[in-house]
Design a protein around this ligand. Structure first.
Ligand code: NAD
Length: 291
């Protein structure tokens, strides 16, 4: 193996420490205590653990933190009313509705109802527009983590060739906006892209966000490239359940310069960036109320 394996847990810990320090400083200067609300509909055990973890980490950095657990049969009206209550709650600066929602609920309507200034996931169309037009906005957490990591590793991204595999609203598209804003030359590949291996081989930066276990092979990677593997895929191998990414780690790590593992790479950064976004939203709202 030649690639450096990037320790996402350590990087996430560094982001959380910074958020904790900045929160203490903000409050000491008379700022409001940042507040995060997470809304979970249904009782999927994995989502419950994830939500509890978000709240625990929010409290650890000094935030006010609440979780609203709503039953599986929650109506659209009841969920919208919950969002409206959080929009109006002065203790709350960040609202996250855990996706996916049960199929009888209209996710777009719910996300569109969140006050854009409290939209810590950055999924509201107003914030998508702000991001693409270069205005300040909460940025979706996973691509934000990738972008912070790339800037820490590579410094200036100007002139770098980047390929993003996957064009979802939560990862691929916002990742492209961030890399474009950093002056990289960006290709967005997807399920209909011909010659994906050839396009990948030209890239200094590969971001894989596909949801297909170990699809990206080592011989797709330009020697020395940095590879960020966003994918989280549950597979069974040799009779054991295992988490793997979208990149074939064994072959890619022999060619890449640096690579994120799964687990322990991009995943831990997502919650850390949620905390970062919550503090940013609290500062924006506090500033608006006091000027
Ligand atoms: P998605 O299903 O919304 O999008 C997948 C994208 O991959 C689509 O744009 C599709 O066009 C593209 N695609 C599918 N097959 C392809 C192929 N053969 N070649 C090229 N492109 C192809 O997925 P998503 O929500 O963006 O998530 C992608 C992966 O990232 C999933 O494994 C998900 O679990 C993971 N994820 C991880 C985090 C994290 O915190 N680490 C956060 C979000 C998503």
């Amino acid at each position: 193996m030649s690639a450096e394996v990037i320790d996402g847990k350590a990087f996430a810990e560094k982001i959380r420490e910074q958020v904790g320090e900045n929160t203490a400083e903000f409050i000491a200067q008379g700022g409001v205590q940042p507040g995060l609300a997470v809304v979970l509909v249904g009782n999927d055990p994995a989502s419950e653990v994830y939500v509890a973890n978000k709240n625990k980490q929010a409290e650890a950095v000094g935030f006010y933190s609440v979780a609203h657990y709503l039953p599986e049969d929650t109506t659209q009206d009841a969920l919208m009313a919950q969002v409206e209550a959080l929009n109006a709650d002065p203790r709350i600066h960040g609202i996250l509705v855990q996706l996916p929602l049960p199929s009888h609920l209209d996710s777009d309507a719910v996300l569109n109802a969140i006050d854009p200034d409290k939209d810590v996931d950055g999924f509201h169309p107003v914030n998508i527009g702000r991001l693409w037009s270069g205005q300040s906005a909460p940025v979706p957490c996973t691509p934000l983590g990738c972008s912070l990591l790339l800037k820490e590793r590579l410094g200036d991204l100007a002139g770098k060739k980047a390929i993003i595999i996957g064009r979802s609203n939560i990862v691929g598209k916002p990742m492209a906006a961030l890399l474009l804003a950093a002056n990289a030359t960006v290709t967005i590949a997807h399920s209909k892209t011909p010659d994906l291996p050839g396009l990948c081989r030209e890239a200094d930066i590969v971001v894989a966000a596909v949801g297909r276990a170990e699809m990206v092979q080592g011989d797709w990677i330009k020697p020395g490239a940095i590879v960020l593997d966003v994918g989280i895929n549950r597979i069974e191998r040799d009779g054991k359940k295992k988490l793997v990414g979208d990149v074939d780690f064994a072959s890619a790590s022999a060619i890449a310069g640096a690579i994120t593992p799964v687990p322990g790479g991009i995943g831990p950064m997502t919650i850390a960036c949620l905390l970062r976004n919550t503090l940013t939203c609290a500062k924006t709202i506090d500033n608006r109320l006091n000027t």
